[in-house]
Design a protein around this ligand. Sequence first.
Ligand SMILES: CC(=O)SCCNC(=O)CCNC(=O)[C@H](O)C(C)(C)COP(=O)(O)OP(=O)(O)OC[C@H]1O[C@@H](n2cnc3c(N)ncnc32)[C@H](O)[C@@H]1OP(=O)(O)O
Ligand SMILES: CC(=O)C(=O)O
Length: 554
Amino acid sequence: MEPVIPVTPMNHNRSLETMTETATSELDDSFHVFDTTLRDGAQREGINLTVADKLAIARHLDDFGVGFIEGGWPGANPRDTEFFSRAQAEIDFRHAQLVAFGATRRAGAKAAEDPQVRALLESGAPVITLVAKSHDRHVELALRTTLDENLEMVRDTVSYLREQGRRVFVDCEHFFDGYRADPEYAKAVVRTASEAGADVVILCDTNGGMLPAQVHAVVSTVLADTGARLGIHAQDDTGCAVANTLAAVDAGATHVQCTANGYGERVGNANLFPVVAALELKYGKRVLPEGRLREMTRISHAIAEVVNLTPSTHQPYVGVSAFAHKAGLHASAIKVDPDLYQHIDPELVGNTMRMLVSDMAGRASVELKGKELGIDLGGDRELVGRVVERVKERELQGYTYEAADASFELLLRAEVEGRPLKYFDVESWRAIVEDRPDGSHANEATVKLWAKSERIVATAEGNGPVNALDRALRVGLEKIYPQLAQLELVDYKVRILEGKHGTHSTTRVLISTSDGSGEWATVGVAENVIAASWQALEDAYTYGLLRAGVEPAR
Ligand SMILES: CC(=O)SCCNC(=O)CCNC(=O)[C@H](O)C(C)(C)COP(=O)(O)OP(=O)(O)OC[C@H]1O[C@@H](n2cnc3c(N)ncnc32)[C@H](O)[C@@H]1OP(=O)(O)O
Ligand SMILES: CC(=O)C(=O)O
């Protein structure tokens, strides 16, 4: 085995030589967290990253503290080539080393003369990952060459890149399928790569069909038989990529290849975040610099924003629901000790515990939610019981409070105060949709309100009846409450609750509103979609005024 080379942060002001020899990171080289979001993650359907996106993600990953960032395949497309030159010029990497990905040289050629290998060197990346075939069928059918020539392609390319002063990792594509077909040949590829100077040989479950026990058995045997330093790259086609990665670590792999949020080809790759959290929190292994794990939730969401995908709410550790508790019995135990229903303290990964109030809630859920909202329920069992009953009754009618925190808070305050929180009283509202001969529609709404003893009548038009109502309400109230000018409706969702009744069904409307510094959700339920929307709007504006610190009418 090669001597251990310390992990070195990338710095474009230093030469390649000093970059591979100086050790300044607080982590040693004995275990690698290798991220391939910018290469394999970008292979996910629907992801299309610009160079600026790739630079932004690289910054987030370096900030998180991964040891290696695989930036793409220089030479395969102009975008990846540009990324390597800009990343080295523009980013002062604090933790990560930049890695260029490419293939072994072509059959029958020399590595030193292969334009694809030259592009890898020209990328300037201090580390290069080569993808190599390790499955006999792939060598014969995809490369259309002999098994011996494939070994020569690996040996020649690795040793040439080593001579050029680069650190080399080798990804053995389809390793596990290849091992099943011809274990001796698959191991020969590992030995060849390692003997030629590859620091780590990565066993890839390229088709993602493996299960953890199989991965464990193969990694253990290959480690014992070859003595090479091994890594793991698991695709998630069986939903086992994270488990397979950990199984490989259990068997002795010391290099894990993952992607942020599990993005990747087909269904994705091993998700970086649960893998790192498991290593740090369950295995007790330091794989990130001090304090970086607490940034994990923020970084996961920030990367999702850059790739323009909604963060998965149910993602382990980092999803907004990862520590959200709905069942009343869970809440009653959590009230005594949160550990009773949580596998870790959410703050360790930068997440927070949340209480959900619904018809599955009990008194403890309401008490904890009150505490979360800063409302003192004073241990009043009767009051808390009343709130629980009220929630269950309303949820039966179709309201949902777990998705509408602001409406729940208004309900809770109403029970605590003995009357609803009011900034205005509604005399009536009306919305009209006019169909015109040219097929267009005119939408107009009028609201009649009372606020601070003043009668307000306001009319407005909108691009739909709900928009017209929203505008009329705003036009009418803004004179009295100028704070409403900052509010913006950012989401509007309608759900039919009893499909079997067709147009007579109950309709639930959820509205999200923002004041620029925060967002809240409100709910309305009625047989009529406009009436349901009106309720949600009323709650949205009432809550907005409460947040703005406006004193309610008494
Ligand atoms: C498992 C993985 O995810 S590996 C990463 C895969 N990523 C990508 O493919 C994304 C980037 N790829 C590309 O831009 C293009 O496919 C390129 C530039 C790499 C190659 O493009 P092209 O030369 O036009 O050919 P094509 O895409 O059909 O690739 C097949 C060629 O690569 C060769 N090849 C495939 N695997 C390897 C390998 N491990 N080592 C060497 N050559 C290989 C094939 O033999 C074939 O060669 P041929 O043209 O002589 O028949
Ligand atoms: C290298 C790689 O992405 C794979 O084998 O899946």
